[in-house]
Design a binder for this molecule. Sequence first.
Ligand code: SF4
Length: 437
Amino acid sequence: MLKNNMSVKILFLNSGGCAWGKCLFCGYGRIQGKNPSADGLKKEFDSFFSGLDGVSHVKVFGSGSWLDSKQVPGEARTYFIGLCRKGGVKKLTVESRPEFITKEGLKEFKDIDFEIAIGLETADNRILEKIAKGFQVEDFAAAARTVHSAGGLVRTYLLVNLPFVRDMEGELEKSVDCALKHSDSVVLINLLPHGNCPLFGMWLRGEWNFLNKKEFLQIVEKWKNNPKIEFDAETFRFVPKFPRELRDSLVGVGENFLTHPHFEVWQNYLVRWYNPGREIVLFLPCSYKKPYSESETHRGIAGVLGGLGLRGSIHEVMLSNAGLVPREFENLYPFNAYDWDERQETEEIKGRYIEVTTRRIEDYLKAHHYRRILCFLKYDSESYQALEMACDSLDIKFTNLLSKKTYDKIKDGKRPLQSEEGLSDLEAGLKDEAVQV
Ligand code: SF4
């Protein structure tokens, strides 16, 4: 429901593609959807409206411009507006770039309240040029005037934390003032990196970084009581998605395969954005086989967790040269694509592994306050040593569910963590924890 008690329904339009498609931060605009035919769209619109009852406000989201006839043929637009009227919809919101907003085109909206959302992003022409927006502030202002003179409303999107900004606060003040001057509502959006756009590469190269939700809300806080301004801290479910062309070969042992930027951005994401949503963590070893869950060791562990009904409720996090890897991400690049052959390890790189992993665990545990920290690790492994050092330095307790006594008995076996005795320890330890889950 909206503040004014209007019930809202959103149509996500998969039609054509953005006529521009070049904005530095936008992956959606680079996707060319199927070629739209008016008839195909009419069918889509019919199905959207079937069973739609009591909706008074429809918003159409589709990267690009509703008013671009190549993306949405005029015949289909008119049909859609007719369906809105018939269905008792009082207000329609669509998105458009300024160049498609014309006095003539806006006549389509007769008899319905309409709102045009425009992605201005910033009111600084220098930055608009740098981010390849393809229009200037003056174009936006002229389009806003056209909408207003046709009786419509203007909704403006601004991006917070754009690259190339020298003074974020000053830039934002200026952009908000400009947007408010020309708009009826303004949305401040936290800029996050889509996988398939140049901004993602800038993130990997350390030239730009995202704001976490808290940082974003601190920056925009001063506008929280302005009824014309809304905040959007997460416009899409943000998980680092590496496009194929940016992926590296990660097979080898050495510093580059320990602190590779692709591992580092993930660790940064896990600390600054991710929310584990569970109270108990179980640190586990990695495995040569990827994804880890296909290895014998992990099958055994999963069998024990599954048998106790604890899969999912206890948070499994693997420790590896790629960093900390929560189970739910194990099949994503780079975690499913690296190989670190222990046989090639030198004493020096083992030392670096402990150092780097200790730092990563510390950062992770400082950000996420689990009620219980468990592990199932070999006592003489570098991962165990790193966990021990991290917990010592944070002054927090952890428990290895593999007892020392059992480990002394099985450590000379080929795969101690796959042994019956080892897995029995895990089961017994988890049973105790299960009581507390
Ligand atoms: S931000 Fe908008 S105009 Fe720019 S490429 Fe994306 S969809 Fe197109």
